[in-house]
Design a protein around this ligand. Structure first.
Ligand code: FAD
Ligand code: SIN
Length: 522
């Protein structure tokens, strides 16, 4: 089974859909979602999108905040580029029908989040992501050149390796020609051939037991590119959001947006004492790495399973108006946030590393682009500044689209690609083995590769992961493909990269904090 398109886009979040809309004028676009088109991480984004709109804010302030948060590991050229190209992309989002909240003067109602020296977050109440996703889907379905394939899982990219031709950094010259995709409803595997392939598969929070990420965030794109020998970097920098709602039986964990602290919410111990000023003069609004570590430390000291976010001193109507979804959600759990403190814990939230790309989103594999959370552009360095992720996705969608539209003139479909071969495989006898291995992997990552690390813990994690890796590879070779098995394999692959890169970093920097090397902060 084969299909030929000009652009293959894997992912229907902000990155994939905004890119699809930009290239659709130049050729036939096929967009894949492994779930339905709406179910993405993007739709759960709460706080908003960071951009400089007017004074007293300035590009220099946003650039400095991003650089300082990234702990000297950001690529300054990329930071400048993203910050200064933001407003054009915001205008485009607005042109597609996205409604950012405005104040009585008709100006954007800007919010503030941790690490930002000014109010600069454009938002739609506390469900900005849903508003973005809604508007992009509507535009995509209007476009005659875009076909969306739902419940269609990209297994691997189709590549050719020219081992004789060595390019920069002694890497083999690799080209991408599309992907193999499993139609989850029919169980048929299709070869989708494309002149340009874009990976926009999002993050990998589900490698951890407690995460704010929806179940789809299993690091598929990173694993696919790693298997194809593309370059992956900075995976040790996993961001834990300080404030997910403490509700042990809920997965994914519900986020309590940082904008609530920007609005005046204060972190307190279970005894009701403010603690963040012990750790950073910015208090509850310090960057995420610092706040998450401080909470982790306070929980270890007190033995409590959570700390509190206190909003009781804030104007009740204003709070309900700005955060209607959080208010409603907490009320369902009998917590009235205007009268009671909210129990919160850190949860795996965002991966700063990923597929290494250049300033146009091009990976180390020819004709293969990666944008959005799956990519590593140099913007975030060792720690992402809040609300810079949606921004990065739209700026890179624009650049990758322009670059791809030029490149398509010289790229061709490849012929004679064999179809996927699953001869000799059988249905798995016990699906429970996959479920058990997934749980074990998540426990390993949570227990040994979390907010505070050490050489000993990382070594333990690697040894234990290796057993699960061997069992899963064995199962993968013998059984017919299923979504659960492929996702588990990808998460193990990504977990391996996180551990190996964490082991290689012999310092505490940004989100990578280890007891064995001198700490720079906290
Ligand atoms: P996603 O939106 O995750 O989309 C991934 C897409 O890829 C999906 O369509 C999925 O089906 C598809 N896919 C994945 N694997 C495959 C496969 N193998 N085959 C086929 N399809 C596949 N960032 C901000 O800047 N501001 C915020 O306010 C903010 N709030 C957040 C709140 C929460 C709760 C979370 C979890 C994150 C938040 N973030 C925020 C981060 C931000 O939302 C994400 O980084 C961003 O939305 C990622 O967008 P994306 O397009 O890269 O991927
Ligand atoms: C939040 O709203 O706190 C999440 C923002 C982000 O992850 O950038």
């Amino acid at each position: 089974m084969k299909r030929k398109v000009d652009f293959l886009v894997i992912g229907t979040g902000i990155a994939g859909l905004s890119y699809a809309l930009k290239v659709a004028r130049y050729g036939k676009v096929c967009v894949l979602s492994k779930t339905d088109v709406l179910e993405t991480t993007t739709r759960y984004a709460q706080g908003g999108i960071a951009a400089v709109t007017h004074q007293p804010d300035s590009y220099e302030k946003h650039i400095n905040d991003t650089l300082s948060c990234g702990d000297s590991l950001c690529d300054e050229k990329i930071v400048r580029m993203v910050v200064t190209e933001a407003s054009k992309q915001i205008d485009e989002l607005v042109g597609w029908g996205i409604d950012f909240d405005k104040n009585a003067l008709g100006e954007y109602d800007l919010a503030r989040e941790g690490g930002h020296s000014e109010k600069r977050i454009l938002h739609h109440k506390d469900n900005t992501g849903y508003e973005i996703q809604r508007a992009l889907i509507a535009e995509v379905y209007k476009h005659p050149n875009i076909e969306v394939l739902e419940h269609c899982f990209a297994i691997d990219i189709v590549t050719q390796h020219h081992l004789g031709r060595l390019v920069k950094r002694n890497m083999p010259d690799i080209e991408c020609f599309g992907a193999y995709a499993l139609h989850l409803k029919s169980n048929k595997i299709e070869t989708i051939l494309a002149k340009i392939t874009l990976i926009a598969t999002g993050g990998c929070g589900n490698a951890y037991y407690t995460t704010t990420n929806p179940h789809l965030a299993t690091g598929d794109g990173i694993a696919m590119v790693h298997r194809a020998k593309g370059i992956i970097e900075n995976m040790e920098f996993v961001q834990f959001h300080p404030t997910s709602l403490y509700n042990p039986f809920e997965s994914p964990s519900f986020l309590i947006t940082e904008a609530m602290r920007g609005h005046g919410g204060i972190l307190k111990t279970t005894e009701g004492k403010e603690f963040m000023h012990k750790y950073d003069k910015r208090g509850s609004l310090a960057p995420r790495d610092i706040v998450a570590r401080a909470i982790d430390n306070e929980m270890k000291i007190s033995g409590a399973d959570y700390v509190y976010l206190d909003c009781r001193h804030l104007d009740a109507d204003d709070l309900k108006n700005h955060f209607p979804n959080i208010y409603k959600k907490c009320l369902e759990l009998d917590i009235d946030i205007t009268k009671q403190m909210i129990p919160v814990v850190p949860a795996a939230h965002y991966v700063c590393g990923g597929i290494k790309v250049n300033e146009n989103g091009l990976s180390s594999i020819n004709y293969l682009y990666a944008i959005g959370e799956v990519s590593c552009t140099g913007l975030h360095g060792a720690n992402r500044l809040a609300s810079n992720s949606l921004l990065e996705a739209v700026v890179f969608a624009d650049r990758a689209a322009k670059d791809g539209v030029n490149k398509i003139k010289t790229s061709k479909h490849i012929e004679n690609i064999p179809d996927w071969n699953d001869e000799g495989t059988t249905h798995p006898e016990e699906m429970i083995l996959i479920t058990q291995n997934r749980k074990e992997m998540q426990q390993i990552m949570t227990n040994y590769v979390g907010i505070v690390r050490s050489d000993l813990r990382l070594k333990r994690a690697l040894d234990r992961l290796e057993i699960i890796w061997r069992e899963t590879e064995d199962l993968y070779k013998k059984t017919t493909l299923s979504l659960d098995l492929c996702q588990l394999r990808n998460m193990i692959n990504v977990s391996y990269l996180i551990i190996k890169m964490a082991m290689a970093r012999k310092e505490s920097r940004g989100l990578h904090y280890t007891l064995d090397y001198p700490q720079k902060k906290l």
